[in-house]
Design a protein around this ligand. Structure first.
Ligand code: 13P
Length: 297
């Protein structure tokens, strides 16, 4: 079916008291894994690609356009409602190109920018995107990142509830990503989220809220987050970990001689990436059930 506006998916999620997952893909196979999971669970889903982990030079040399082509070709053939997001664009120019080339949702990561610059550029993007039928997400506050051996919170800041309300009102964004103790890229433990702080932000901001750092978001707090107003959970790191584990197992089991055509690019069961894809699909299905979006398509 054709892709649907991200705002529509988020509105339905708020009304139905469940969360929609944005499961970040990075290539054809990972995107197919997300779509297969959503179809198996009959769940609405946000699919797409992220700018944060990809080299800026690659994205700017045709990468955004290539991802848009893959995303559009596959997302518009899903049997469940899906929106196509370009997440965490590096710049306003990149975000605009994402809209121009077929993404119907875009997020510009201005969390490290000075306040006035962030307001101006996000408002510009909202005008540009809305005119072309695309939704816009932005983030206020800055998440800590997991780094080798711990968490780097030296640049982190919590979302200020009043500032968030001003930001939403001045920019016209469709949904707001929050920083409430959630951590990006954390794999080995759960993030120390402050649910009271989330509720304080939600009390001032009427928009659907977005929780980045889905890998380490405490599963037990999902219902309370949804009750507070979180409509979208972003998940990345755990999906790459699952995918890679599947590929590693495949390679470890290889005989001495292999048929390269069966293994590389065949998209058959013998494909190098098949086991990674299958493991990733299972994890996405578990998360869909955790967020309660199964059976909502
Ligand atoms: P994780 O990699 O921590 O799951 O976060 C993903 C994310 O927030 C993408 O926007």
């Amino acid at each position: 079916m054709p892709i649907v506006p991200m705002t529509e998916l988020l509105t339905c999620a708020r009304e139905g008291a469940y969360g929609v997952g944005y499961f970040e893909a990075w290539d054809i196979d990972s995107l197919e894994a997300v779509i297969a999971a959503a179809e198996a669970e009959k769940a609405p889903v946000i699919v797409g690609f992220g700018g944060a982990m990809a080299a800026g030079a690659w994205l700017d040399a045709g990468g955004v356009e290539a991802l848009a082509g893959i995303g559009h070709a596959l997302a518009s053939r899903t049997r469940v409602p899906s929106a196509l997001l370009f997440n965490e664009a590096h710049s306003l120019d990149q975000a605009r190109r994402a809209v121009d080339t077929g993404f119907n949702a875009v997020m510009l990561d201005t969390s490290a920018w000075p306040w006035e610059d962030a307001v101006t550029e996000v408002a510009d993007l909202v005008a540009y995107a809305h005119e072309r039928g695309a939704s816009v997400e932005a983030e206020l506050g800055r998440l800590p990142d997991a780094v080798e051996g711990g968490v780097d919170d030296s640049h982190a800041s919590l979302t200020d509830p009043q500032q968030a309300a001003d930001f939403a009102q001045r920019t016209g964004i469709d949904c707001l990503a929050v920083s409430v103790g959630n951590v990006h890229l954390l794999r080995d433990r759960l993030a120390p989220v402050d649910m009271g702080h989330l509720e304080a932000v939600a009390a001032r901001v009427p928009l659907p809220l977005v929780m980045h750092g889905g890998t380490s978001f405490p599963p037990d707090e999902v219902p309370r987050a949804i009750a507070a107003g979180v409509a979208k959970f972003n998940v990345g790191t755990v999906l790459k970990s699952e995918f890679l584990a599947g590929v590693r197992d495949t390679v470890a089991a290889w005989p001495e001689q292999v048929n390269v055509h069966d293994i590389l690019g065949s998209h058959k069961a013998t494909d190098l990436l098949a086991a990674g894809k299958a493991r990733m699909q299972l994890r996405v299905q578990e998360l869909i059930r955790l967020y309660g979006s199964h059976g909502r398509a």
